[in-house]
Design a protein around this ligand. Structure first.
Ligand code: PAF
Length: 293
């Protein structure tokens, strides 16, 4: 496995290889969810292709300096995990090597990124789109693997690829969950034991609400089940169309019930997909653990 810490070092490593590349863009602090992305990338690349994992805590997608500073960066452990997962190249650039101090170009998606996490974290998806496009260009990847947990990120990246004719296939992998249903996230390690014990209520609240009939009932039920906890503070809770990500008043097409919840300074996101026309009964979604939408 080779490791590059600048774009030019990466170019040097890749220059004599014509093997198709599959990129797994990450911010490190790996958990089994990341490993599942790497395994999928390895499958897609096949024996003749190569898997590139980027590890970069992208400063321009953070809206809160405290969140950026607290983001875990266990680089030695992450590199060991990449080696075991059969990764060929790790690209772990410094922020200085990624961004010119006077950079003046940003990629903005203007529709899907506006609500949900985009409304709660201004500039977040501009930062994501900008870094993802840079990573695509730097690695020259043919495909890139993303987790479905960040469904809004996935939708925004797909729209960027479509609208800008970016020749990269976007592959989505299911959310990986803890045994108690909590979606795996690098942020989970920052929860206190008491917060960690409470956090699976997010998944339970979404699942129970998704089994109800009307959008109003669905939203009210999920909100009440999360608000009952004195530890949890809802950042947003919304029912949106699965394709346009715009709020829906009726469920005629597949919809997504999505939330972001603060435990102290730690912000967790999760969602469930509600199929059109037939509210799922309990157990239809997300069961069996650990994989879900
Ligand atoms: O999902 C993430 O970890 C990040 O948003 C990504 C895609 C690596 C861009 O920094």
């Amino acid at each position: 496995m080779k490791v590059a810490d600048t774009g030019s070092a990466l170019r040097e490593i890749l220059k004599n290889s014509s093997a198709p590349r599959v990129l797994v863009p990450t911010m490190g602090a790996f958990h089994p969810g990341h490993l599942s992305l790497m395994h999928r990338a390895r499958e897609i690349a096949g024996p003749g292709g190569s898997v590139v994992v980027s590890i970069f805590v992208n400063p321009i997608q953070f809206d809160r300096a405290a969140d950026l500073a607290a983001y875990p960066r266990p680089m030695a452990r992450d590199l060991a995990a990449c080696e075991i997962a059969g990764v060929d190249v790790v690209f772990a650039p410094t922020a200085e090597s990624m961004y010119f101090p006077d950079r003046s170009v940003t990629i903005t998606e203007n529709l899907l990124s506006r609500g949900l996490c985009g409304a709660a974290r201004p500039g977040h998806f501009d930062g994501v789109c900008t870094v993802v496009l840079k990573l695509f260009l730097l690695t020259g990847c043919a495909a890139a693997v993303f987790g479905k947990k960040d469904f809004q990120q996935l939708a925004v990246v797909r729209r960027m690829v479509r609208d800008l004719n970016v020749p990269v296939e976007i592959v989505a992998c299911p959310t990986v969950r803890e045994a108690d249903g909590l979606a795996m996230s690098s942020r989970n390690t920052r929860l206190t034991p008491v917060q960690r014990a409470d956090a699976p209520r997010i998944r339970r609240a979404l699942l129970a609400a998704a089994a109800l009939d009307t959008p109003a009932e669905i939203i009210a039920s999920a909100r009440a089940a999360i608000d009952t906890s004195p530890l949890a503070r809802i950042d947003y809770l919304a029912l949106v169309d699965a394709e346009t990500l715009q709020p829906v008043a009726e469920i005629h097409r597949p919809a997504i019930l999505a939330t972001a919840v603060f435990y102290g300074e730690v912000r967790l996101i999760d969602h469930v997909t509600i199929p059109a026309g037939q509210p799922p009964r309990k157990g239809d979604i997300g069961s069996p653990l650990p994989l879900g939408s």
